[in-house]
Design a protein. Structure first.
Length: 266
């Protein structure tokens, strides 16, 4: 080989070997740097949603499309695996939750065979489920009700009524709640069993008839009592004032009807 050719070969060897070594080292450094760079939180979120949808809905990962995230949204890196579920009836909205730090957001997806809703995902703070309100206690009240079928015009006694607990919110107005309120009273309308009695369902019954002889009592409040037989000059219901006449003296008196043929002097 000629001397000029030998010198050229030695020169190429000296240049090629270092160049190949530098390229190999640069390739190794670039590859290790790319492999060590972790995915961003947003990209990790997208990948996790795609994998979850593909697994739960039996579709290919490449067919799952995510709606773009809100540009203002800053996804924080989650230190634990992301939890996902379908909070609504539509399978197009995925709820993604992180335990630490606590956050959740909604991501909209599109898969083959369905029309997906569109719109950016919006982050929402984790909120505790509101406690269900306890039903308000029912207020009950004891009132008088008909013990059986009662007919108009009946003179009521304690046997015709009974006390019962009823819902106060459904109770009619002017309802009666004491047995004494129906004594010496008569019905002005028919009542079915268990019907609450009201003040306008009854009226005082006629206890004294005009022309009858009634027993007049005087002096109970003073500690003594005088009784006399007098004539009723008019009909009288319980509690009404009526005119009376002493047949022996012809004197006119006034009395308060207190019972059947019984009058209290005034």
């Amino acid at each position: 080989m000629k001397p000029s050719m030998q010198m050229l070969c030695r020169l190429l060897d000296q240049v090629s070997i270092p160049a190949l070594g530098f390229g190999a080292v640069l390739g190794l450094i670039s590859g290790s740097t790319l492999a060590a760079t972790p995915a961003s939180p947003a990209m990790a979120l997208k990948n996790a949603v795609v994998d979850w949808v593909a697994q739960t809905q039996s579709v290919a990962p490449e067919s799952v499309e995510l709606a773009p995230l809100d540009s203002r949204l800053q996804v924080k890196a989650c230190t634990s695996p992301l939890a996902m579920d379908l909070p609504f009836a539509s399978p197009d909205t995925i709820r993604v939750r992180c335990v630490q730090p606590a956050w959740q957001l909604y991501v909209r997806v599109s898969v083959p065979g369905r029309v997906a809703t569109s719109g950016p995902a919006k982050a929402e703070p984790t909120k505790a489920e509101p406690a269900k309100a306890e039903p308000a206690p029912v207020e009950m009240r004891q009132v008088l009700v008909a013990a059986g079928s009662l007919q108009r015009g009946m003179r009521l006694t304690a046997a015709h009524v009974r006390l019962a607990e009823v819902d106060a919110t459904r109770m009619p107005v002017n309802v009666l709640d004491q047995v004494s309120q129906v004594l010496h009273a008569e019905l002005v309308r028919d009542l079915r069993p268990d019907t609450p009695l009201r003040s306008h369902d009854i009226r005082p019954t006629v206890l004294v008839k005009r022309g009858q002889m009634v027993l007049l009592s005087i002096g109970q409040a003073q500690g003594f009592q005088i009784s006399a037989r007098v004539e009723a000059m008019q009909d009288g219901r319980y509690g009404e004032q009526i005119k009376l006449k002493n047949r022996d003296s012809g004197r006119m008196l006034t009395g308060l009807v207190k019972g059947p043929n019984q009058v209290q002097g005034l």
